[in-house]
Design a protein around this ligand. Structure first.
Ligand code: GRF
Length: 207
């Protein structure tokens, strides 16, 4: 039997995307195991959700910076992920930018979800940026992570219409619902070996 495909999940917040992925695993839609869930926020919901499911979950302090991991923290994250023998790092609301040594340790094996149709509206509060700009369609994007911010090759996107009476909250809520469909689909396809990358272009093929 093939060895199971293992996920390392990183998050700083509620963990609703993590929950959607864990539910898809339970439902047999993703053939994978969660090896470990890590957070830079001690009280993050994502850690509580992981523990409720009796998965390995660990708070690792991020160190002295606000938007990235310091060197020691980076080493600790890499060590924990290697110890858990993960095949893919799934960023699910991890609010820090990953840098050199981390990216090199898992090159081409880190994915992220972003709440806009990239390359539009990278960065924080992308749903608010979309509303303020006046676009009629926005959505979410799953992409490989590289050294840029919200910039790596795009794996999948799902659109969400912007309604005339939308508030930032209502739009964010519908984008979140779309994320919960898109992220499990993309992670499932990667776990099945259906995703390949040629430059910036990601190709899906059925096994
Ligand atoms: C999502 O909106 C995702 O796009 C962004 O962070 C949020 C995480 O939400 N990267 P949750 O913790 O999965 O509920």
């Amino acid at each position: 039997m093939n060895k199971p495909f293992r996920l390392g999940v990183l998050g700083s917040g509620k963990g609703s995307n993590f929950t959607a992925i864990a539910d898809a695993i339970d439902a047999g839609k993703i053939s994978a195991q969660v090896g470990v869930v890590l957070s830079d926020v001690e009280g993050a919901g994502i850690l509580a959700h992981a523990r409720d499911r009796e998965m390995a979950a660990q708070f690792i302090p991020p160190g002295k910076f606000r938007t990235k991991l310091d060197e020691e923290a980076e080493r600790n994250y890499v060590a924990a992920l290697q110890a858990a023998r993960v095949d893919l790092i799934v960023l699910a609301g991890f609010m820090r930018v990953l840098k050199g040594d981390f990216l090199r340790a898992f090159e081409g094996r880190i994915v992220n979800i972003h709440p806009s149709l990239l390359p539009s509206f990278p960065g924080l509060e992308a749903w608010k940026q979309a509303l303020d700009h006046g676009v009629k369609v926005t959505g979410c994007t799953v992409h490989f992570v590289d050294a840029g911010v919200d910039a790596g090759p795009i794996i999948g996107q799902q659109t969400v219409p912007v309604l005339d009476n939308d508030t930032p909250e209502s739009l964010h809520q519908r984008i979140h619902a779309a994320e919960h469909e898109l992220y499990p689909k993309c992670v499932g396809a990667i776990a099945r070996g259906e995703i390949s990358v040629a430059g910036r272009r990601v190709v899906w093929r059925k096994n």
